[in-house]
Design a protein around this ligand. Structure first.
Ligand SMILES: CCCCCCCCCCCCCCCCCCCCCCCCCCCC(=O)SCCNC(=O)CCNC(=O)[C@H](O)C(C)(C)COP(=O)(O)OP(=O)(O)OC[C@H]1O[C@@H](n2cnc3c(N)ncnc32)[C@H](O)[C@@H]1OP(=O)(O)O
Ligand SMILES: NC(=O)C1=CN([C@@H]2O[C@H](COP(=O)(O)OP(=O)(O)OC[C@H]3O[C@@H](n4cnc5c(N)ncnc54)[C@H](OP(=O)(O)O)[C@@H]3O)[C@@H](O)[C@H]2O)C=CC1
Length: 515
């Protein structure tokens, strides 16, 4: 029997960010391994034209939850969606709902965040810092609360090269930042943002670091732990390999490479690609929840959920495997054949962006215009280039994260728990994982049918022929222009033609002699 699964039995669990990528995998695992849990409360905001119930229905009816429905047929009754907006005071939760949450919650998993790199500082502070502070305040009023698990990111201190499982203070206190966001106007915030974030690349990593400081400062008598995952990728094993449903992190680039939009990327092939599968993050999170509640460590422990120091892989190897998988299993209706190179400096990056990204987009838009359609490729390409520029920081550097607490926790688990809640990244085979990731992107994110693979391959062959034809035509035009303008080119051309003629005459004569 799994001690961890047993622990969650009968418990009331509160999850924020349950509609997000990680939140859904977390909920799935909880229901599947502890179907006898009392209830999972999820804080959900109503979204464009969808009620709360519709949002929950959509999640529970997705492929991700197919296994859950077998082991926990009454899963609909065990999930309680509470209308909440983490940007509002008291999260805009009704008095009645708040009372229920305060009375019954045993464990909190705080996953909600804005993960956009370019979010305005005011909004990022509101969600990643102030909301965390408010949730901690709520938690302190929960008589039955046994553990509060905060999901941060391994990149909250990406301004450092070696990162330990400790909280590094930011120069300005989170409370001062929260206060100032209330009275400063947007223009001033824009002006001071670069100074505040300092040597971090964006508001996301900065506000996640502030969020950790808030957790430390507001800990009071709470049992807290912080988890820092690196770059979360598709699932490795559970509930099935390759599940992913959004374009964040590498996923969007995998799509862009497979569809032939992304042809070059400024990245360091040897830099460590610190990816971590979503199910490993979730297994560690549940193990931490159990350990924090049962063993009640004296201080707030931080757990790095990273792969680099235990089972490193680099971007070069990953890129090659992504492309190799697209050879076997191509995406449908690609714009160009998947083929991409790493560039390493500004000049080559600008050159390949112009030649491989902008020029084909302009030519395609010209073709769309000619055929009476609306041009769209240049706009799409500009967005891709903007996204690439945001991600570049993370694919041109390597970090070292120590994992003492994570390894300590692994050693505390029974063999059964090590199996059921496996977070040992050393067991992961990267090539197999990447292949399943790419397959998952095709099946679960893009919802492409595997039966369409022969047609997709045929389409790629057509694209290859168009490519050869286009290159030949381009070469002939360039050559024609050159010999019209240059005597040297004309002489070379004359020499080649007469050489070919002589060679052919000799070949014909010698074959006639043989007969
Ligand atoms: C020697 C070897 C040679 C081999 C050659 C191989 C060559 C390479 C082959 C390529 C294969 C790729 C495989 C590996 C690639 C490695 C890249 C990995 C990068 C990973 C970096 C992650 C760093 C994570 C650090 C921190 C982790 C976290 O803690 S948080 C989670 C991460 N958060 C995010 O990822 C959010 C990022 N997104 C944003 O901030 C915003 O979306 C944006 C600022 C990027 C864009 O915002 P904007 O307002 O303009 O538009 P938006 O509406 O949001 O989106 C616009 C369109 O862009 C699409 N989109 C969004 N994100 C991505 C993405 N990550 N990749 C691609 N596309 C993305 C989005 O869908 C929109 O599209 P449309 O709807 O069609 O308009
Ligand atoms: N993905 C990654 O690579 C990594 C993620 N992390 C961390 O993991 C956590 C989860 O990330 P991930 O699942 O990828 O992120 P997602 O963007 O997929 O999910 C974010 C979640 O937060 C919710 N949310 C956002 N704003 C509000 C709001 N105002 N009120 C209520 N809920 C809100 C979203 O709800 P809605 O559905 O309504 O938008 C969604 O459920 C985050 O804390 C992130 O920092 C850490 C390292 C890497």
């Amino acid at each position: 029997m799994s001690m961890i699964a047993d622990f969650y039995g009968g418990k009331s669990i509160l999850i924020t960010g349950a509609t997000g990528f990680l939140g859904k995998v977390l909920m799935e695992k909880l229901f599947r391994t502890s179907p006898d849990l009392r209830v999972i409360y999820i804080l959900v905001r109503p979204k464009a034209g969808q009620t709360l119930q519709q949002r929950v229905f959509q999640i529970l009816n997705s492929k991700l939850f197919e296994k859950v429905k077998e082991v926990c047929p009454n899963v609909h009754e065990k999930i309680r969606a509470i209308s909440a907006d983490l940007n509002q005071n008291d999260f805009a939760i009704s008095m009645q709902d708040m009372q229920e949450l305060l009375s019954y919650t045993d464990i909190i998993f705080h996953c909600a965040a804005t993960v956009r790199f370019d979010d305005h500082l005011r909004h990022a502070v509101q969600l990643n810092v102030t909301a965390t502070q408010q949730l901690l305040l709520m938690a302190s009023q929960m008589p039955n609360l046994k553990a509060f698990i905060h999901i941060s990111t391994a990149f909250s201190n990406c301004n450092l090269k070696h990162i330990d499982e400790v909280i590094y203070p930011c120069p300005v206190e989170p409370k001062k930042i929260i206060d100032s966001m209330e009275w400063l106007d947007d223009a001033i915030i824009d002006e001071i943002t670069p100074k505040l974030i300092g040597d971090r690349p964006n508001t996301y990593t900065y506000t996640k670091a502030l969020g950790e400081m808030v957790v430390q400062q507001e800990s009071g008598k709470l049992n807290l732990a912080i988890i820092r995952p690196s770059i979360v990728g598709a699932t490795w094993q559970e509930p099935f390999p390759g599940w992913v449903d959004n374009v964040n992190g590498p996923t969007g680039l995998i799509v862009a490479a497979g569809k032939g939009f992304l042809r070059s990327i400024r990245a360091t092939p040897m830099a460590v690609a610190d990816l971590i599968p979503a199910d490993i993050v979730v297994n560690l999170t549940l193990a931490v929840g159990w350990y924090t509640a049962v063993h009640r460590p004296k201080s707030t422990l931080i757990y790095h959920c990273t792969s680099g120091n235990l089972n490193p892989c680099n971007w070069g190897k990953m890129g090659i495997q992504v492309l190799a998988t697209f050879e076997k299993i191509p995406l449908e209706r690609a714009f160009r054949r998947p083929k991409a190179d790493f560039t390493t400096n500004n000049v080559t990056t600008q050159y390949w962006n112009a030649v491989s990204h902008r020029a084909p987009a302009i030519i395609y838009d010209f073709y769309l215009r000619l055929t009476g359609r609306k041009p769209r490729m240049t706009k799409l390409m500009n967005r891709l280039l903007r996204t690439l520029s945001m991600l570049e920081y993370f694919i041109n550097r390597s970090w070292e994260w120590s994992t003492y607490n994570t390894e300590m926790l692994m050693s505390k688990l029974t063999p059964e728990d090590q199996r059921v809640f496996n977070f040992d990244v050393r067991q992961l085979n990267w090539l197999e994982y990447i292949e399943n990731y790419v397959l998952g992107v095709k099946k679960y994110l893009l919802k492409e049918d595997m039966a369409g693979i022969p047609e997709a391959k045929q389409h790629l062959k057509r694209l290859r022929n168009i490519h050869y034809l286009f290159n030949t035509a381009l070469f002939l035009i360039a050559w024609r222009l050159l010999i019209a303008r240059s005597q040297v080119a004309r002489n070379v051309w004359f020499f080649i033609v007469s050489f070919c003629y002589k060679f052919l005459s000799y070949f014909r004569a010698s074959s006639t002699l043989k007969v």
